[in-house]
Design a protein around this ligand. Structure first.
Ligand SMILES: [Ca+2]
Length: 181
């Protein structure tokens, strides 16, 4: 019986360790049944809300980001996302804002408290008043000695709007995080 329990535990551990490729690994990124993001700081958290987005082509709710004047806004995934060193991660999402040409960023952040170097990748992009789809591919390094944080097998996804003199409102939807096969 004890052997069977050990075997079952081994199978469960193996199953937990397997990370699927080619599928979306971020649940609720469509904001229809929850919000997988928190504010990056406590001050950012009250500036997020899931709101009706009837103009959007898919679903009924989106994430609204209220950026105050002279303040940047930053959000991050509440739970770590699984990664596989050496694979390519694809981040796709839809976004719009109350102004054309608003600069925003997405960061794939591999930070771990015990790490030799901080690995992260920032993509800057422009948001307009119309919903648009964005896709960014990042080749995760395979060398886990060069970046020891990769051994944890996770990362976080961050979105942000840098500080501007005026306040802004932006909307985010259909965020997907996929490891390409
Ligand atoms: Ca939605």
């Amino acid at each position: 019986m004890k052997r069977l329990a050990t075997l079952l535990l081994a199978v469960l551990t193996l199953t937990a360790a397997a990370v699927e490729t080619g599928v979306n690994l971020l649940p609720n990124g469509d904001f229809e049944h929850g919000n997988p993001f928190n504010g990056y700081s406590a001050a950012d958290t009250p500036r997020l809300s899931t709101v009706p987005a009837p103009a959007f082509l898919c679903g009924a709710t989106s994430l609204r980001l209220d950026q105050p004047a002279n303040t940047g806004l930053s959000i991050r995934t509440a739970k770590p996302l699984p990664i596989i060193p050496g694979k390519t991660v694809r981040v796709t999402f839809w976004m719009k804002a109350d102004q054309d040409n608003l600069t925003a960023h997405v960061i794939i952040d591999f930070f771990q408290s015990k790490q030799n170097r901080h690995l992260y990748k920032t993509y800057l992009f422009k948001v307009s008043q119309e919903w648009a789809e964005y896709t960014f591919d990042y080749d995760i390094p395979a060398d886990t000695e060069a970046y020891t944080a990769l051994k944890a097998g996770t990362c976080n996804l961050r979105f942000g709007i840098p500080k501007t003199p005026e306040a802004h409102v932006a909307f985010l939807d259909d965020v997907e995080f996929i490891l390409l096969p």
